[in-house]
Design a protein around this ligand. Sequence first.
Ligand code: CP
Ligand code: NVA
Length: 307
Amino acid sequence: MRHFLSAADLTRDAALELFALAADLKQRRKSGRLGAPLAGKTFALIFEKASLRTRVTFEVGIIQLGGRAVHLVGREIGLGTRESVPDVARNLSLWVDGIMARVNSHATITGLARHASVPVINGLSDFEHPCQALADFFTLWERGIDFRAMRLAWIGDGNNVCHSIMILGALLGAEIVVACPPGYEPDAGVVATVRRGGGRLEVTEDARAAARGADVIYTDVWTSMGQEAEHEQRLEAFSRYQINETLVGFAKPSALVMHCLPAHRGEEITDAVLDGKQSIALQQSENRLHAQKAIMLRLLGGSLDDA
Ligand code: CP
Ligand code: NVA
């Protein structure tokens, strides 16, 4: 793997190896044995959109591994306007060892990767959020969950995070059920690819049917960044897809509730559920740090034995 642009860049074995590496990194960090496996390495972090978790976990992650981060705001460097995406990629490759970018259009991240001679990581595009999915399945793996016996219900928008969860979940052998209102389903091409690869994936309009018997219920905002003009229309379209105590009641009593955050509390999820004992949203958030350290180390070829 040269870049990490999509959850589909992983194989099942590669994902499981990354989970084990992330667990090791988390343990070493907690016991002060992390060392500096990326000493002298620098990452450029490009943001065309707002971020809390991705910004902080990448920057803190690279610092904890002994390297440095350079933070770049998309409109300040004029990505694709002041300078073409290929030219930005070629220039950054002269100075840094890796690029992480959060972009409006998925074509920007694939363009960066095509023209960069250093690894490129997708920190969210309009099509995928693979770092989120990696951290999320690491969070479930850490709890000893058997993916092949797990039913994950995605309830809400068939968006970027949904695509990465579908792809990685299916790759790991989980049963994925996606419940969306008509017109907000996941991309048909992603659905077809997941199914062609043998993934167990169902798409329905029925949120309760999706939640029934689920081990995990996952949701995300109904209005993603860049879709603010559609907010009112989306509130109406998604009104029957809220994760509240009634809907969680259809899942297994042991079910976990996941959210990538940020949450629009009172829209896609109630306070009672997000702050309730079944919610693991904060563990997901914490694990962004460790999962992304694993991916940076793997892509840059850093070894913990060097530490
Ligand atoms: N989940 C996530 O990527 O959060 P941010 O948008 O705050 O980075
Ligand atoms: N679907 C959301 C995820 C944010 C982490 C968005 O794209 O805004």
